[in-house]
Write a protein that binds this ligand. Structure first.
Ligand code: CTP
Length: 402
């Protein structure tokens, strides 16, 4: 689901992590958000407004009484133009003021004038964070519906170790997007598979393929942002699982098969983006041992077929929507349509093998069970994930209206 210029007001308060909020602004703008920054006077002692102004391409507000536009009551007008308020970093001081309704600067006044969703990322010294006053204030805010990001534990700028660190800006952005997305897949459970599988010959060698997992991870993330509960079963990749998904790492096709079958009856949609190895070698050694080359000029690998996971799901299809992928080297539409029919799918996402493997982009055609298809241009895997989930959401709507 595209975010189109959703308006985020970012409050930056006076803690050392203020400089990390600059990165958050950069990431937010890159994600398509419109970001307006309010700094407290203390925050300007750590970072200059010019930094935020340059990154957000908008005037930074600090002073309650400075009119950005003549005759405009800034805190009230800005509150009406805000879809989400984020305070990051949030000091103990701003949390206390928010909890008690003190309005003695622009940010705290803005908070009272604003009645939408608020996210705070507390960041401070561990003792200050754990102090009963701060904890009680956070409890008041939580009860009021404010979303509080728990500060991670770690080494702090003051040298202490404990909770109070500023979360990674990317993690904060993920929570921001999560709060802004329309939840059109709420109440649905998705099972997404991703990545390659590894088929071991001995303790250290395996057969695999260069799948990066990016497509499946992008689908899992998009489904989660749109409100679905998501299981992500993935072979080995270098990617970090998206926030909020239930991540189930696997290695071989047989292991993926088992985990997918265990979950199948409890999900509404299965999207099989994994590049599953069709065959596995018969083991060359006892389990845990390494194959020795000594005395061998050549040897033959004997392969046995892996279960076709998607075909098995198709054979046992109940209420679930099944979406497969097809990587083809020729006759793309014909082969993909045949695969859709053979595996009893609702939809198949097909691409030429020469595009899309282990890259950030792909060019796909989405073929549906009724024979209709949609060609998409070369685009990012995130944008493809969005298009696939729009189609899936359309199938749910179609089922409801029948
Ligand atoms: N798939 C699967 N289990 C397998 C092989 C493939 O679940 N053992 C799934 C893939 O995740 C994908 C779809 O089936 O969604 C099609 O995979 P693809 O490799 O294109 O097709 P295959 O069925 O393996 O046929 P072929 O390789 O002969 O084209």
């Amino acid at each position: 689901m595209k975010l189109e210029g959703e308006r985020v007001t970012l409050g930056v308060t006076g803690g050392i992590a203020a400089y990390k909020a600059a990165e958050l602004v950069r990431l937010g703008i890159k994600a398509g958000l419109k970001v307006r920054v309010i700094m407290t006077p203390n925050a300007t002692r750590f970072v200059t407004p010019l930094t935020f102004q340059t990154l957000s391409q908008a005037q930074v507000r600090v002073d309650t009484f400075e009119a950005v536009v003549p005759d405009r009551v800034e805190h009230v007008a800005l509150a009406q133009e805000t879809d989400l308020l984020v305070i990051a970093p949030a000091t103990a001081n701003i949390l206390a003021k928010m909890a008690r309704g003190i309005a003695d600067d622009l940010l705290s006044t803005f908070y009272l004038a604003y009645d939408g969703t608020t996210l705070v990322a507390p960041a401070m010294n561990t003792q200050m964070y754990l102090h009963p006053a701060t904890q009680e204030n956070l409890e008041i805010l939580r009860k009021r519906g404010v979303v509080v990001l728990e500060p991670p534990e770690g080494e702090l700028a003051c040298g202490d170790y404990g909770p109070g660190r500023f979360p990674e800006p990317l993690h904060i952005l993920e929570r921001i997007l999560d709060l802004l997305y329309q939840k059109d897949l709420y109440g649905k459970t998705f099972l997404v598979t991703a990545g390659p599988t590894r088929e071991y010959l001995d303790a250290v060698r395996f057969i695999s393929n260069p799948s990066s997992g990016k497509m499946g991870f992008a689908i899992a993330q998009e489904a989660r942002r749109r409100g679905a509960r998501v299981y992500l079963v993935s072979g080995p990749t270098h990617l970090e699982p998206p926030w909020g998904v239930e991540y189930i790492p696997v290695t071989s096709a047989v292991e993926m098969y088992q985990r997918v079958m265990d979950l199948y009856s409890s999900v509404d949609v299965v999207i099989k983006a994994a590049a599953v190895a069709d065959f596995r070698p018969k083991p060359l050694t006892e389990e845990g041992a390494k194959f020795k080359k000594e005395g061998k000029e050549q040897f033959f690998l004997e392969l046995e077929a892996n279960p076709d996971i998607l075909a098995t799901l198709g054979e046992n299809k109940g209420h679930q929507i099944l979406v497969g992928f097809a990587a083809e080297s020729q006759d793309l539409l014909e082969n993909a349509s045949a695969k859709l029919a053979r595996k009893n799918l609702d939809m198949i996402v097909a691409n030429e093998v020469t595009v899309g493997f282990a890259t950030d982009t792909n060019r796909v055609v989405i073929v549906k069970r009724d024979g209709t298809f949609r060609h998409l241009p070369l685009m990012s895997k995130e944008a493809i994930a969005e298009a696939i989930l729009d189609e899936v959401a359309g199938l749910f709507q179609g089922a409801r209206s029948r």
